[in-house]
Structures are given as structure tokens and as C-alpha cells.
Design a protein around this ligand. Sequence first.
Ligand SMILES: [Zn+2]
Length: 75
Amino acid sequence: MLHSLQPKHFISSSTLRTPSRCPECKRRFRCGNGVMFLSHYREIGTGEMRRGLMCFCSTTCLLHWEPRTMLGLMQ
Ligand SMILES: [Zn+2]
């Protein structure tokens, strides 16, 4: 569980330099240039809805990824 609201306390600088691929648009980018968000995804196999810290290339992709029902307070 996270015990701080400061990203630098739980995300190492090496993680931010890691090449990543956007789960929404599949574009490659450096994680530190993207957007991290506690996102929802459906586990392959069980189909169970889970949450995890994910890195997207942009806020646009993040908003496309998240199910509309999970963005209720943002609409
Ligand atoms: Zn993207």
C-alpha cells in the first residue's frame, strides 16, 4: 500500500527512464514522459477486474483506457 502522496517516494528514477509501450495506442515512449495512473484492467484468463499503477503516453490515452463507469466523478 502507498504511504505517501509524493511519487518520488515510491517510483524510482530508473523506472521513469524505462522504455514503455502505451497499453491504449501501443506507441513506445519513455515512462517519465507519460502519465501514471492507478488504472483498471481485466485479467486475462479469469476476466476479473483489477487495479494497478499503469503508465500511458498521454492523458488522452488514459481517458480512453478507463471504463466510463470508473470516470464518473470526472465527467
Ligand atoms: Zn497512448
